[in-house]
Design a protein around this ligand. Structure first.
Ligand code: AMP
Ligand code: MG
Length: 340
C-alpha cells in the first residue's frame, strides 16, 4: 500500500484524513503526546487493522479519542462525578480516563475488557481530524509494537510506511510521552500509567488516587496486568539498555570502565562532551518536561547510530520525572544498577 503524506496545516488534507478514516482506513495523526495510529473506533474491522499494522498483541486495548465532551457519554455506561471533575480540569489534554464501556465499543477496541479508555486531545489537528471523520477514533501510539513511540512524522514513516493509508504531519509533539492513564472503574481512582499530568495533579483534583505498583516494578510472573500496556519490555531501542542510578561523576567513572565497541551513553543535555563514549542526550537533568519531549527521539537515534549497549542516566522517579522513569525502565527491561 502507498502511504499518503498529508500536511496538518492544509484544510484539504484534514478533510482527506477524515475521508480515509470514514472509509475504514488507518491514518497516523499528530497529538500533543505522541503520534497516534487512528481508525474508526466503532468499526471493528478498522480497529483490527491497527493491531495488524503495529504487530500489537490482541490483548492490548486501544484509547478512544473524542473532540467534544458530549462524545463521552455514548461510549461509557455512565459518566461519574470523578470523570466530570477530571474532564473539567484536564480536557482537552494528555489524560486518558478508563470507565465501564457501552455496548457500541467493539471487543477489538477494548481487547475484550469490560472497560474503555477515552481521551480528549488538545492538539488542534487531532481535534480537527476527529471532527472531519465524524466518529470517535481508536488510536494507540503509531509505532511498531515494542518500539519507542513516535514523536515526529518521520518516526511514524520509519515504522509504518507502506502499512497504513496516510500520515498527517503536524510537526514534533509538544509533550512527547503518552497520556497519563487513570482508571475510574474500581473503588478508588488508580493511576495506571504516569504522564505529563502527574499523580499529584490527579490527587489535587480527586483527593485519594492510588498508584499502581506496576508503574515502577515488573509484574510478577502470571499476574494479570491492570493495564495490558504495562507488560514487560516496551519502548525499547534494539540495543540493550541499562539504567545507571547515581550522580554524574560516578556515571562517568562507570563508563570509563565499560567503554567499548557499540557502547553508547544516554545522558542529560550538556554531559555529552564529558563522556568517554558516544552520547545522545534527552533533556537537561533539572528539566523533566524537556526529558519527556526528547526521550523517544533519543531512543530512536540510538538505533540509527547502531548502539549495541546503552548506559542511561536515571531520572528521579518522582513528580514529573515519574513518566520518564516509567518509560526508561521498560526500555531497559527493568535492568537498573545503583552506583556508589
Ligand atoms: P498506547 O495508546 O499505545 O499508549 O496504549 C494504550 C494504553 O492504554 C495501553 O497501556 C493500554 O494497556 C491502556 N489501556 C487502554 N484501554 C485500557 C483499559 N480498558 N483498561 C486498562 N488499560 C487500558
Ligand atoms: Mg504504545
Amino acid at each position: 500500500m502507498q502511504t499518503e503524506r498529508l500536511d496538518a496545516s492544509r484544510p484539504e488534507d484534514i478533510r482527506r484524513a477524515g475521508e480515509l478514516l470514514r472509509k475504514g482506513g488507518l491514518v497516523a495523526i499528530p497529538t500533543e503526546t505522541v503520534y497516534g495510529l487512528a481508525a474508526n473506533a466503532l468499526d471493528r474491522a478498522a480497529a483490527a487493522k491497527i493491531f495488524a499494522a503495529k504487530g500489537r498483541p490482541a490483548d492490548n486495548p486501544l484509547i478512544v479519542h473524542i473532540a467534544k465532551l458530549d462524545q463521552l457519554a455514548p461510549l461509557v455506561r455512565e459518566v461519574p462525578e470523578t470523570a466530570r471533575e477530571l474532564a473539567a480540569r484536564f480536557w482537552p489534554g494528555p489524560l486518558t480516563v478508563i470507565l465501564p464501556k457501552a455496548d457500541c465499543i467493539p471487543a477489538e477496541v477494548s481487547a475484550g475488557l469490560p472497560t474503555v479508555a477515552v481521551r480528549f486531545p488538545s492538539h488542534p489537528a487531532a481535534r480537527a481530524v476527529i471532527q472531519a471523520a465524524g466518529v470517535p477514533l481508536a488510536a494507540p501510539s503509531a509505532n511498531t509494537s515494542g518500539r519507542p513511540s513516535p514523536t515526529a512524522a518521520g518516526h511514524v514513516l520509519d515504522d509504518m510506511d507502506g502499512k497504513i493509508d496516510a500520515v498527517l504531519d503536524g510537526g514534533p509533539c509538544e509533550v512527547g510521552v503518552e497520556s497519563t492513564v487513570v482508571t475510574l472503574a474500581g473503588q478508588t481512582p488508580r493511576l495506571l500509567r504516569p504522564g505529563h499530568i502527574t499523580l499529584e495533579d490527579l490527587r489535587n483534583a480527586l483527593g485519594e488516587v492510588e498508584a499502581d505498583p506496576a508503574i515502577l516494578h515488573p509484574l510478577k510472573e502470571g499476574a494479570a496486568a491492570p493495564s495490558p500496556g504495562m507488560k514487560y519490555k516496551h519502548y525499547a531501542p534494539k540495543a540493550r539498555v541499562i539504567l545507571l542510578d547515581g550522580p554524574f561523576p560516578l556515571y562517568r567513572a562507570y563508563l570509563e570502565r565499560h567503554a567499548g565497541p557499540g557502547v553508547m551513553a544516554l545522558c542529560f543535555a550538556g554531559e555529552e562532551s564529558r563522556l568517554p563514549v558516544p552520547a545522545i542526550s534527552y533533556g537537561a537533568e533539572s528539566e523533566p518536561w524537556e526529558q519527556e519531549r526528547e526521550l523517544f527521539d533519543a531512543l530512536r537515534e540510538l538505533d540509527k547510530r547502531d548502539a549495541r549497549l546503552v548506559y542511561a542516566r536515571c531520572p528521579e522517579p518522582e513528580g514529573r520525572g515519574l513518566a520518564v522513569y516509567n518509560r526508561l525502565i521498560r526500555a531497559a527491561g527493568f535492568e537498573v544498577e545503583r552506583l556508589g
